[in-house]
Design a protein around this ligand. Structure first.
Ligand SMILES: [Ca+2]
Length: 430
């Protein structure tokens, strides 16, 4: 990653969030992004690449036959894959163009809209969520928070045709064996009838459906929670909610325990003790003077519970003691910022408020409603940035940078934050 100097202080905390590694044990391969990545170049496949792809598909056809996908199924499901989709390859090695401060990441993922929508989902699916808690031990707010962060409650599944992306990544690029497993798993899901539509779309790397599982995770973890005989994480909300709870249970979730608590540190505390894997019994933190921000007891965990201190923005920002259930969320997607977004959204869905400690910035992050307002202000100033959709992409960032420069704001980095929003808002009101 290439953090800008201004963001270097939080870069290490976010390093995991921005890695493009593909750990097969995780449900997905990269965190939901708070920003829209720049559009990839769309190189056309050469004749040699098409020939290479066809040879590769022949080998995959043989491999799939050993995994219950017979030749007729393979031919039917891959009939539209005449050549590779080379536009997916640059994404495999893409470095993030911007590093995202944790307060921007959380502002986008845990905004008023996602809290309101999540509370509506808790009510609408109360019976299913109660059954998932009974069967797997995971509470409704946590399950709904995962759903909200992964796919915005089913609104955002990803737009790339899954079989085209996975077949291309199976035949080109640096992770071919990994993606061959994912490609064949997708074919198995289609051939077995769990999934119906070979045209399903997802992320470029193959995460798809309500829960954004990778296909092999789907194979291992998905459950038929509505009892129709199919495990359908695209078309069935009950299957998606049950499967999310099953994932967390398998990842070590402990019924009735909290994910963690926001804490305050005593004066002179040695912040080098922080780190998710630097675990100690809770009692040792308490002996050092670590306390919950509201002074309440650490309910729901034993005095010697395995716990770690997180300082996502360094010692000057919010601090958290986290337990095993935080690690279970982390296993869904190996990024502390991601796990904190889910944990915090779950707390908000239960009626909790924002963190007690402010982030160490004088330019806080903004949610999607404010991002749309900022984009509307940019459009009114003549910037051709497309629709005010709340997604901050390359065009929006460029327009923000121009406005920051015009207003003498430094750095003119194109970041969508409160300061540029308020400046443009004040100007428009004059
Ligand atoms: Ca089902």
């Amino acid at each position: 990653m290439r953090p800008s100097p201004r963001l270097a202080a939080v870069a290490s905390a976010l390093a995991c969030a921005l890695l493009s590694g593909l750990p097969a044990a995780h449900a997905r391969t990269s965190p939901p992004s708070a920003v829209t990545p720049p559009p990839p170049a769309s190189p056309q496949a050469s004749e040699a690449e098409i020939a290479s792809f066809r040879g590769c598909m022949g080998r995959l056809r043989t491999a799939a036959a050993g995994k219950d996908v017979d030749g007729a199924d393979f031919d039917r499901l891959t009939a539209t894959l005449a050549g590779p989709d080379m536009s997916v390859l640059p994404l495999l090695d893409r470095q993030p163009e911007f590093s995202t401060p944790i307060w921007d990441y959380l502002a986008a993922l845990v905004d008023a809209q996602r809290v309101d929508d999540g509370r509506a989902m808790l009510a609408a699916h109360a019976a299913t969520l109660a059954r998932a808690e009974s069967d797997y031990g995971v509470d409704p707010a946590t399950v709904v928070a995962v759903w909200g962060v992964e796919s915005d409650y089913g609104r955002s599944f990803g737009t790339r045709p899954l079989l085209a992306s996975l077949s291309t990544l199976s035949c080109f690029g640096r992770r071919q064996p990994f993606f061959q497993g994912e490609f064949i798993a997708t074919l198995q899901l289609l051939a077995s009838g769990d999934l119906a539509d070979p045209g399903i779309t997802g992320s470029w790397a193959g995460a798809f459906g309500h829960t954004q599982f990778m296909p092999t995770t789907y194979q291992r973890i998905a459950v038929d929670f509505d009892g129709d005989g199919r495990r359908d994480l695209v078309g069935s909300i009950p299957d998606a909610l049950g499967s999310t709870a099953n994932y967390l249970k398998r990842a070590g979730w402990r019924r009735g325990e909290p994910w963690g608590y926001e804490v305050r540190l005593p004066a002179g505390f040695d912040a080098s003790q922080a780190g998710r894997t630097r675990r100690k019994p809770l009692s040792q933190w308490l002996a050092q003077g670590v306390a919950r921000v509201d002074g309440a007891p650490f309910d729901g965990v034993a005095a010697d519970a395995r716990s770690a201190l997180l300082l996502p923005a360094g010692a000057a920002g919010p601090a958290f003691i986290v337990f095993r259930n935080f690690d279970a969320i982390y296993s869904y997607n190996a990024a502390e910022s991601y796990a904190l977004a889910i944990a915090h959204l779950a707390d908000r869905l239960r009626g909790g408020g924002d963190f007690a400690a402010p982030w160490p910035t004088d330019d806080p992050g903004i949610g999607r409603a404010e991002r749309r307002e900022l984009q509307t202000l940019l459009l009114a100033r003549g910037h051709a940035i497309g629709e005010a959709d709340g997604m901050v992409g390359t065009l929006t960032r460029r327009a923000i940078a121009e406005e920051q420069a015009r207003l003498g704001m430094a750095p003119a980095d194109g970041r969508a934050g409160r300061r540029i929003l308020e400046a443009l808002r004040a100007e428009a009101a004059r």
